[in-house]
Design a protein around this ligand. Structure first.
Ligand SMILES: [Zn+2]
Length: 258
């Protein structure tokens, strides 16, 4: 969607290569077999005619799906004291539940029926017949596979035993006890540079230390020369700008903006 990134690609022989390489629009080149070259050039003219309402619709549409899931579905199934919403992104949501078996937590028999109807009761739904469901069907192998690739359904991507969220894209989740992988998002820092992420996040979350970080090591070119660099980044911070965190370190109240 970002037209700035669109390129022209040309396939040329040796003889026509020179002018392309010396052009300021030259981007990169790859030698193919038979004396042929693939040359990637920046665009001469970029026509800015991408409808921005399209991008805005995708994002706001995704948010409606999320809000629908929370307020029109989760709240119908569970009382809030048994679930806690932890973090949400455009296309994912983290929740913690008071039991591994969701059926133990349902607020009523009707809630349980609503849940089970989505899992097992939609085997005979004809294509095109709209019946909103949030979970992938579990009624049979065919539908289990089909729904695993159906958009707008909430599929389990990760499950674990702890979740420490400090802010956007700053999350550590500990995997299941039987050898599950941990999950780490740490924007601004090369993942391998943060040693002992769990403890760092925990210390920061509890206010026992205000920052944590690490050293990014990489290379970049500058004025036709190549340099390696080391840069210390204090990115794991207790500063959270999207809401007011209560003393429990968990509950967040909205900002008062006048
Ligand atoms: Zn089925």
């Amino acid at each position: 969607m970002n037209k700035d990134k669109h390129k022209d690609v040309k396939y040329v022989t040796d003889a026509r290569l020179g002018p392309l390489i010396s052009s300021p629009r030259f981007s990169k080149m790859q030698e193919l077999s038979g004396g042929l070259y693939k040359v990637v050039m920046s665009k001469d003219v970029i026509q800015r005619d991408m409808p921005t309402q399209l991008g805005a619709t995708v994002l706001s549409g995704a948010k409606v799906v999320m809000l629908d899931f929370v307020y029109e579905h989760l709240d119908k199934l569970f009382e809030r004291k048994y679930i806690r919403l932890l973090g949400m992104d455009t296309d994912s949501i983290y929740c913690s539940f008071a039991s591994r078996n969701l059926k133990d937590l349902m607020r009523s028999d009707a809630a349980l029926r609503l849940y089970e109807e989505q899992l097992y009761g939609q085997h005979d739904v004809k294509p095109g017949e709209v019946r909103r469901r949030f979970w992938p069907r579990q009624c049979c192998d065919v539908h289990r596979k089909e729904d695993a690739a159906t958009p707008l359904l909430f599929k389990e991507e990760f499950s674990g035993i702890s979740w420490l969220g400090l802010g956007s894209k700053m999350v550590h989740a500990r995997g299941e006890e039987d050898g599950g992988q941990d999950k780490l998002a740490c924007k601004g820092l090369q993942r391998s540079r943060l040693s002992n992420a769990y403890d760092t996040f925990r210390v920061v979350l509890r206010g026992e230390g205000c920052v944590g970080g690490g050293e990014n090591i990489s290379f970049r070119t500058f004025q036709a020369r190549m340099f390696t660099y080391r840069q210390h980044k204090q990115v794991v911070t207790e500063v959270y700008l999207k809401g007011r965190i209560r003393a429990d370190g968990v509950t967040i109240d909205p900002l008062l903006i006048r």
